[in-house]
Design a protein around this ligand. Structure first.
Ligand SMILES: Cc1cc2nc3c(=O)[nH]c(=O)nc-3n(C[C@H](O)[C@H](O)[C@H](O)COP(=O)(O)OP(=O)(O)OC[C@H]3O[C@@H](n4cnc5c(N)ncnc54)[C@H](O)[C@@H]3O)c2cc1C
Length: 486
C-alpha cells in the first residue's frame, strides 16, 4: 500500500525516491507550486537567484542517494569546489580569504593574523575532529538516542558534549584574535543558533568545512531540487502541487484520512494509504499535539535579492561583512528578539560562477542577515522591511574601501523576504529556518523524532527533524525514514 508524503522539500523528495526505489508506491502533495521547499529559486529581468542554500558540505551524503539507486551523480549534477570558500570583510579594511585548501588557509591565517594563530588553527581542527567522530558514530545514526552517548566508548566525548561549553568558549580557548573568533563563531548560525549558547559539539561544522571543503553546484543550487524532481519522474512518482494538508482523521493510533486544500479552496479527501510522511513539523493544529514543548526556535532570515548593474572584482562567490560587536548582535537576535542594527551580512554572488545568473557585466546579489524568529517583540511589515533594507545598505556603505560609491546607486531592482515570508512560504514555525534552535543540549534532545509517538503510521523527514538541519542532514533523515518504513 502506498505512502503519502506531504511536502516536496529535500527531505520529502529524497524519502519518496528511496521508497519508490524499494517498490513502495508513493504520492507527494505539496502546498506550493514548485519542488524544493527552502531550496527555491527566484528569477527577474534576466537575473536568477537561489533563495535558500548556497553551500553544500559533505556531498557524499547526497551522492549516496545516487549510488544507492543505481545512478551516476554526474548525469544530474556537477559539484564545484571554489578556490575560496568565503571572503570575510571588516569595516577597518581587514580581509580574510578562507581557502578551500587547508595549506592555503593556514598561509592566509599567517598573513592576516599571525604564525601562532595559524598553529592554533591546526590545534582547533584536531580538537573539533573529536566531535566529528562522535557525530559519525552516533548523531548520524537512524535515531538520536541519549542512551547511545552513555556507552564507555563515547563517554570522553560525551563529557565534552555536555560540558556546558559553547562554540564561543572553544574559540576563546584556541584563538586570541577577535576576528578569527568571529569567523569560527559564525558557524553556529548554520543551525540558526547563537555562538554564545550552542554546545561546543557544533564546532564539528567548521571542522567539516575546513577538512572536507565546501561545494557549489554548477547550474545553481536549485539544480539539486530539479534533479530530485526529475528522479521522482523517472519512478513515476506524482507530485501534486498546490495541495496543502489541512486536516487529519485518525482511528486509534493510525491516520486514516488526509484532507488537502487546493488554490481554489476546494478540499479533497485521500484514503487508502499505509503510511504518511510529513516534510514539515508545524503540526499542532493538524494533530492536536504540541510536538515541541519549548519555544527556543532557530533564527529566521532577512533576504534582499538585488539586481546589480555592474561587477565587483573584489567580491568572491561567498562574502561576509562582519558586525563590529558580534556578542551584542546575538544578544539582540536571541535575547531581545529584535533585528540587530549593526548586523553581519552574508552576500553570495552566484553570477561569479554562472554567467547566466545575471545579464552581462552585472551581478545577482543575494544578501542574507540572521534575524530572530517571529515574536511579539518585532513586527515585519512594509515599513519595517523598508527600514531594515536601508540599514543593511548603510552598513555596506561603511565598507568604503570596497565600493567607490553607495551600492544603492547600482540597484536595478530588489526583492525582499522577511521571516513572514519564511512562515508563509514554507509553513515553518515562527519563520524559523531549522525548527528548534540548537542553543542548548535540552533543545537538541527535543528535536522531533523521525517516527511519531502519536500515530503508528506517521513519520517526519527533513531539516526540522533528526538528525538536524541543512541539506546533507535532510538526505540522512530521509534515508532513516525510508529505512523505517521499509
Ligand atoms: C536562506 C536559507 C539559506 C540556507 N543555507 C543553507 C546552506 O547554505 N546549506 C545547507 O545545507 N542548508 C541551508 N539552508 C537550510 C536548508 O535549506 C534546509 O535545511 C532544507 O532545505 C530543509 O529541507 P526540508 O526537507 O526540511 O524541507 P523544507 O524546505 O522545509 O520544505 C518543506 C516543504 O513542505 C511543504 N509544506 C509545508 N506545509 C505543508 C502542508 N500543510 N501541506 C503540503 N505541503 C506542505 C512546503 O511548502 C515545503 O515545500 C538554508 C535555508 C535557508 C532558508
Amino acid at each position: 500500500m502506498k505512502t503519502i508524503i506531504c511536502g516536496s522539500g529535500i527531505g520529502g523528495l529524497v524519502t519518496a525516491i528511496r521508497l519508490a526505489d524499494k517498490g513502495i508506491p508513493v504520492e507527494i502533495y505539496e502546498k506550493n507550486f514548485y519542488a524544493g521547499g527552502k531550496m527555491g529559486e527566484f528569477r527577474k529581468s534576466g537575473f536568477r537567484f537561489d533563495t535558500g542554500p548556497s553551500v553544500i558540505t559533505m556531498p557524499d551524503l547526497i551522492i549516496d542517494l545516487f549510488n544507492d539507486t543505481g545512478r551516476h551523480v554526474e548525469d544530474y549534477l556537477e559539484f564545484i569546489k571554489p578556490e575560496i570558500s568565503c571572503r570575510y570583510f571588516w569595516e577597518d579594511g581587514t580581509v580574510f580569504n578562507s581557502f578551500n585548501n587547508k595549506t592555503y588557509c593556514k598561509d592566509e591565517l599567517k598573513k592576516v593574523f599571525s604564525e601562532s594563530e595559524s598553529i592554533n588553527f591546526s590545534k582547533f581542527i584536531d580538537y573539533s575532529k573529536n566531535f566529528f567522530e562522535l557525530y559519525n558514530d552516533i548523531f548520524g545514526k537512524v535515531e538520536f538516542n541519549i542512551r547511545d552517548y552513555l556507552s564507555k566508548k563515547y563517554l570522553a566525548n560525551f563529557t565534552k558534549f555536555v560540558s556546558g561549553r559553547s562554540i564561543n568558549d572553544v574559540s576563546n580557548k584556541f584563538f586570541r584574535e577577535k576576528k578569527l573568533k568571529q569567523i569560527i563563531n559564525r558557524y553556529a548560525t548554520f543551525t540558526g543558533s547563537s555562538p554564545y549558547l550552542i554546545p561546543q559539539f557544533f564546532s564539528v561544522i567548521p571542522y567539516v568545512e575546513f577538512e572536507f571543503g565546501s561545494f557549489y553546484l554548477k547550474d545553481g543550487m536549485y539544480s539539486l531540487a530539479l534533479a530530485l524532481e526529475k528522479i521522482c519522474g523517472e519512478y513515476g512518482i506524482e507530485i501534486r502541487y498546490g495541495q496543502e494538508l489541512v486536516k487529519i482523521e485518525s482511528e486509534g493510533k493510525r491516520i486514516k484520512k488526509l484532507f488537502f486544500r487546493n488554490k481554489d479552496n476546494l478540499i479533497t479527501e485521500t484514503t487508502g494509504f499505509e503510511n504518511v510522511v510529513s516534510n514539515f513539523t508545524n503540526m499542532k493544529e493538524l494533530t492536536g499535539k504540541n510536538y515541541f514543548d519549548n519555544t527556543d526556535w532557530s533564527s529566521s532570515g532577512f533576504i534582499m535579492m538585488l539586481g546589480i548593474n555592474r561587477e565587483f572584482k573584489e567580491l568572491a562567490y561567498h562574502n561576509v561583512f562582519f558586525s563590529n560587536d558580534y556578542e551584542n548582535e546575538y544578544i539582540d537576535i536571541y535575547e531581545n528578539k529584535i533585528p540587530a542594527d549593526d548586523m553581519t551580512i552574508y552576500l553570495s554572488v552566484s553570477s561569479k560562477f554562472n554567467g547566466v545568473d545575471a545579464p552581462q557585466s552585472m551581478e545577482n546579489w543575494f544578501l542574507f542577515v540572521n534575524v530572530p524568529y517571529l515574536s511579539r517583540k518585532f513586527e515585519w511589515n512594509d515599513n519595517s522591511k523598508k527600514e531594515y533594507f536601508v540599514k543593511v545598505l548603510n552598513k555596506l556603505d561603511r565598507f568604503s574601501y570596497l565600493f567607490d560609491d553607495s551600492i544603492r546607486n547600482h540597484i536595478i531592482f530588489s526583492e525582499i523576504y522577511s521571516p513572514e515570508e519564511f512562515k508563509n512560504l514554507y509553513n515553518s514555525e515562527f519563520g524559523s529556518i531549522y525548527g528548534l534552535s540548537s542553543n542548548s543540549i535540552y533543545t537538541l534532545m527535543k528535536r522531533i523524532k523521525n517516527k511519531s509517538s502519536q500515530f503508528g503510521n506517521l513519520y517526519f523527514t527533513g531539516g526540522n527533524t533528526n538528525p538536524g538541519g541543512g541539506i546533507p542532514l535532510c538526505f540522512l533523515s530521509a534515508k532513516s525514514v525510508a529505512g523505517m518504513i521499509k
